[in-house]
Ligand binder design. Structure first.
Ligand code: PLP
Length: 380
């Protein structure tokens, strides 16, 4: 795969290494959005079938991306917090149960659990991050595995940590979770789209993703996979379109007790969203065309030499294999100074916890990362 910069409208005066904050919009996604926006100027151009089919296409694309057999297990959500609310309100919990999370997770995958734990008198157990050191990721993964036991009822974690890119070994975590009957709830926001994920292999009970980062879609539309554990649950809202036979607009007041099949009862109201759905669909088509494996390989290639330069100078970056090349933390001894230098040089990254968080994508080249390293090591 080669650099795909020409597919984006990036500002040539700056170096954008911050997809974990928000992806830049593909030109084709912008064009799709404009066409979709204009469509409602003539409401007769929007047919009943348009309330259903575009979302079905979107679900199918996402199901393929995450290796889920049934697209009806995919639901559209406006945010991760919405997806986590569906999940957290549909799990029964006892006072002696534990909910396991990792240190400094993104709040949308913390607050629902602190609330649930409080309501039920259950325990929220945090597996803290080890300090930046050799083998940090391995240690963190071992600590998580050690923490899973008979009291564990829910494990709510990401695939990679949003602040430093630590890669969590979901296969081993899932295996251990299942051996104790615990549910695995994954926040895939900072990984799905850039790091392969397989529902078949990991077998999560839920996978919740915002759409505006690695799925390259617009803000306010995300996607979730919900497994059989939620088949009999209650949605957050009782939406007409999620009820059986809602395709029959003439029969909507023959009120239905039953929901649409699979997980579709949970879809957000007005999921047909005539603007955002086609935009996210176009973005997923592009990612599918590139191939997530190829994105990984490309990013691994452009990051290798620059990251080694940092390690050679004694700056801590996780070892290869313990993070995904699309998102990594650099532990600069003086974070404030690093920030000032990068801002002065118009290099856009994020600063999370103790780390400069760097998140390249296929519009970046090795030279972008070399430039970042030059500046961090004092040459820029
Ligand atoms: C790991 C992770 N989860 C979720 C979100 C977004 O959450 P929400 O969609 O609830 O705003 C972010 C945003 O940065 C994130 O990094």
């Amino acid at each position: 795969m080669k650099c795909q910069k020409e597919l984006f409208n990036l500002n040539p005066d700056l170096t954008y290494l911050n997809c974990a904050y928000m992806s830049p919009q593909l030109k084709t996604v912008t064009e799709t959005g404009i066409r979709a926006l204009l469509r409602k100027e003539d409401p007769t151009s929007i047919f009943p079938v348009d309330f259903f089919e575009p979302t079905e296409q979107l679900r199918s694309l996402f199901a393929t991306m995450i290796e889920a057999d049934d697209p009806k297990r995919i639901v559209t959500i406006p945010s991760v917090s919405y997806g986590m609310a569906i999940v957290s309100r549909n799990i029964s919990l006892n006072a002696d149960d534990e909910i396991l999370v990792v240190g400094e997770q993104f709040p949308s995958n913390i607050y629902p659990w602190t609330r649930l734990a409080k309501e039920k008198g259950a325990k929220l157990l945090t597996v803290p991050s080890p300090p930046p050191m050799e083998g940090r990721g391995d240690k963190w993964n071992l600590d998580i595995l050690d923490a899973i036991g008979p009291a564990t009822r829910i494990i709510a974690i990401p695939h990679v940590h949003w602040a430093d890119g630590t890669f969590f070994d979901l296969l081993s975590i899932s295996q251990k979770a299942k051996s104790f009957g615990a549910l695995l709830i994954v926040d895939g926001t900072q990984s799905v789209g850039a790091l392969p994920f397989s529902v078949k292999k990991v077998q999560p009970d839920a996978l919740i993703c915002a759409g505006y980062k690695w799925l390259m879609g617009p803000y306010s539309l995300g996607l979730a996979y919900l497994g059989p554990a939620f088949d009999e649950g209650f949605p957050l809202e009782e939406n007409w379109i999620n009820r059986l036979n809602s395709e029959d607009f003439g029969g909507l007041v023959r009120y239905q007790e039953d929901y649409q099949p699979g997980s579709l009862r949970y879809e957000v109201g007005e999921h047909s969203n005539f603007i955002l759905v086609p935009m996210l669909t176009q973005a997923l088509r592009q990612i599918q065309e590139w191939g997530v494996e190829n994105i990984q390989e490309y990013l691994l290639g452009i990051g290798k030499a620059p990251l080694q330069r940092l390690r050679d100078k004694g700056v801590w970056v996780e070892k290869e294999g313990a993070f995904s090349p699309h998102l990594f933390g650099i532990a600069m001894p003086d974070l404030a100074q690093a920030k000032e230098k990068l801002l002065q040089n118009k290099v856009h990254v994020s600063y999370r916890g103790h780390f400069v968080r760097v998140s390249p994508h296929v519009y970046n080249r090795e030279e972008d990362l070399q430039r970042l390293v030059d500046i961090l090591l004092g040459g820029g």
